[in-house]
Design a protein around this ligand. Structure first.
Ligand code: SF4
Ligand code: SF4
Ligand code: FES
Length: 326
């Protein structure tokens, strides 16, 4: 393998590999279609560079978004080989190696309306991001320069991660709760919202709780946002921490239901050492669960309710772990 220094001096020519790029294209006039391009790439070629070359050398009608080419601006988010990724943070030959295939597919992000080819409409995403008031509201004394409010290192350590969001939308594109629940603000807005909710210098915590708490209980904890975020922000962790701000009386019907669900999970594990889904569901949703059970039976999956699982050994140890026994 040639060294980077030798390549920079031009002593060695980098080997090129021929790849096939299949792009899912869209235009209002024509609808959707797949289009193939062929080009040779080396081990440094990012997907944004692949797109730039296709556009400048083969097809100027191909549309995509990219600006910084260094995972900072968040504009090149798309689906690459079926997975949500940043195009500039993905090397073409890494994909060829990983999938053992020189065909690479590029599609627009899921969940976002497509404007043209790989460009999606981010309006709703930005609206939700701005709805959490993504800036600090300092005290009047600080604004009038009569006081300083410094962040302690431990607060900085907690908040730093959530401040790294580049608004790419990849987490939202893979979030099932966003798809089914229009009242859910989505993982990115929650990461941003928590960053200010937990900032001790902020002065509108009550207002932030009203904005964030009901929505936080709408997340299903599937962890997809954790998996796909290119900045390792872990939005689901921000949602978990936001839930801890819920007052004992709850904040809304959804948050009260969420707490019932958590209590039912604890009860199920303490009693049986297991997560008994049917028990948890019935306990949390009460009579409201009947409609779902009818649907469950009608869909032919009722047989799963009859599966008898082996009891857990040493249930007393489980009870100890759950703080129910000495
Ligand atoms: S963990 Fe919650 S916020 Fe993250 S993708 Fe799943 S449902 Fe969405
Ligand atoms: S949380 Fe991560 S995936 Fe979501 S918008 Fe921010 S940077 Fe992108
Ligand atoms: S081009 Fe800016 S994040 Fe990829």
């Amino acid at each position: 393998m040639s060294s980077t220094a030798e390549l920079q001096k031009g002593v060695i020519k980098e080997e090129k590999t021929e790849i096939v790029v299949k792009v899912k294209r869209f235009s209002k006039e024509r609808g959707e279609w797949w289009q193939e391009y062929k080009l040779a790439v080396d081990r440094f070629t990012q997907i944004t560079e692949v797109l730039r070359r296709i556009r400048s050398e083969q097809d100027p009608s191909l549309s995509y978004r990219a600006a910084c080419h260094m995972a900072v601006c968040g504009s090149c988010a798309m689906k690459i080989n079926g997975a949500p990724r940043l195009a500039c943070k993905t090397l073409a030959l890494d994909l060829v190696k990983r999938y053992n295939d020189n065909v690479i597919t590029l599609e627009p992000m899921d969940r976002f309306p497509v404007v043209k080819d790989l460009i999606t409409d981010m309006t709703e995403f930005y609206d939700k991001m701005y709805s959490v008031k993504p800036r600090l509201y300092p005290s009047p004394q600080v604004l009038e320069d009569k006081a300083q409010h410094r962040l302690r290192p431990e607060d900085q350590r907690l908040l730093w991660k959530y401040a790294q969001c580049i608004w790419c939308g990849l987490c939202v594109s893979s979030c099932p709760a966003v798809r089914i629940d229009e009242k859910f603000l989505g993982p990115a807005a929650h990461a941003k919202g928590f960053r200010f909710l937990a900032d001790p210098r902020d002065t509108i915590q009550e207002e932030r709780m009203k904005i964030l708490l009901d929505s936080a209980w709408r997340c299903t904890y599937c962890y997809m946002c954790f998996e796909v975020c290119p900045r390792e922000i872990e939005p689901v962790e921000a949602i978990k921490l936001t839930r801890t701000y819920t007052p004992p009386e709850g904040m809304s019907e959804v948050s009260r239901m969420g707490e019932k669900h958590t209590d039912a999970i604890k009860e199920s594990i303490t009693k049986s050492g297991k997560l008994m889904e049917a028990y948890v569901y019935g306990k949390a949703y009460g009579a409201g669960a009947i409609r779902d059970f009818v649907y469950f039976l009608a869909s032919g999956r009722g047989k799963y309710l009859l599966v008898r699982e082996k009891p857990v050994n040493n249930i007393s140890e489980v009870k100890k772990l759950m703080g129910e026994a000495k």
